[in-house]
Design a protein around this ligand. Structure first.
Ligand code: UD1
Length: 334
């Protein structure tokens, strides 16, 4: 298939492009490089031996998208392009709603003009909101979130669902990710956010590299076995393969499907810190700090639907995630 990947130079997008190319698909990347580096395209070529077509383009630019569709046969879309910092979205809600909603809307409108009917959407477990019991199952109500970032995911899921109702020959797969970490085994691709990281693993990587002094663990008085929050961390390469499976499913199906991509296991912050220390044979300086606003004590996926419907399950271990994260972080920025 010829697959247009928006945000394809980003962390999850770039790993997905590698899996697409390795599986024999063609990838066309649309990315404005607002949170990614141009040399990711070269790195993808180094890994796969194939160079994806690349357009430096803001996904809200409908004329730009029309040009992409005119110059390429596009069979399906994987839509990653979005702002994704939870804390920033609370401070800048208009920017988040404008950017994330307009990108998705522009893409859908241009797809309609060109008759493209397969859409894989980068959603998040955040759509389950604060009130569902875990493990989260797809049939639970997923209609609220705790940040403007999360609300954009809820809203785009709704838009795609309504669009599928109006166009029964359209297929939208809503992939609800849990916590992706880890990096490509080559050490060439990984999570390298601009500025001080908000997410746990990139923060750990900077501490391990000596670029940040110590990790602050946000709270150790949660109702969990060791008092720190539990999450379902999954390897980004497993997540990328999940997109490939979703695409192959979408090729032969119509309608909307929400699918969790997680391992089904909860790991605490302290367990992850210790797993990182063991996997990489080092000590990680950390302190316990206050809770972070908006954090939930614990959640993980019921990963059964992905297995039944897509034949997908996570195969990498926590050790793989920790080792590959460090393999990338120790060379990041060089
Ligand atoms: C959040 C979002 C999720 C989003 C993801 C990636 C929510 C509910 N979740 O997940 O939608 O896809 O970010 O952007 O909005 N921690 C520390 N110290 C740190 C950093 C994190 O202790 O310096 C802890 C947090 O308290 C949390 C865990 O590590 O328990 C994971 O945090 P993080 O990596 O930020 O991901 P989430 O908040 O789970």
């Amino acid at each position: 298939m010829n697959v247009l990947v928006t945000g394809g130079a980003g962390y999850i997008g770039s790993h997905t492009v590698v899996e697409l190319l390795n599986a024999g698909h063609n990838a066309i990347i649309v990315d404005d490089l607002s949170n990614a580096k141009a040399d990711v395209i070269d790195r993808i070529e180094t890994i796969t031996g194939k160079r994806p077509v690349f357009y430096k383009l803001d996904c809200k630019d409908k004329d730009g998208l029309r040009k992409v569709f005119s110059e390429n046969q596009v069979d399906a879309i994987i839509h990653f392009a979005a702002f994704k910092a939870v804390g920033e979205s609370v401070k800048k809600p208009l920017q988040y709603y404008r950017n994330n909603l307009d990108s998705a809307m522009a893409m859908l409108e241009v797809m309609e003009e060109f008759g493209c009917k397969k859409f894989v959407f980068s959603s998040s477990a955040t759509v389950y909101g604060p009130n569902n019991p875990h493990p989260y199952k797809e049939e639970m109500k997923a209609i609220e979130s705790s940040s403007p970032y999360g609300w954009t995911k809820v809203m785009i899921e709704r838009i795609l669902t309504d669009y599928c109702t109006a166009h029964p020959d359209f297929c939208a797969i809503l992939l609800r990710y849990f916590n992706p970490i880890g990096a490509h085994e080559s050490g060439l691709l990984g999570d390298d956010p601009n500025g001080i990281p908000n997410n746990l693993m990139p923060y750990i990587g900077r501490v391990a590299a000596g670029q940040l002094e110590k990790l602050t663990i946000f709270g150790d008085d949660y109702p969990t076995p060791d008092g720190t929050c539990q999450r379902d961390y999954l390897h980004v390469v497993d997540l990328a393969v999940g997109h490939l499976k979703a695409l192959e499913y979408a090729e032969n199906h119509e309608g909307v499907e929400a699918i969790n991509l997680g391992t089904g296991n909860g790991i605490s912050v302290l367990e992850l810190v210790h797993a990182f220390e063991t996997a990489n044979d080092m000590k990680l300086p950390y302190v316990i700090g206050p809770r972070r606003d908006g954090d939930l004590p614990a959640f993980w996926a019921d990963a059964g639907k992905a297995k039944t419907l897509l034949g997908w399950e996570a195969t990498h271990t926590v050790e793989d995630m920790c080792r590959s994260s460090w393999n990338f972080a120790k060379n990041a920025g060089k």
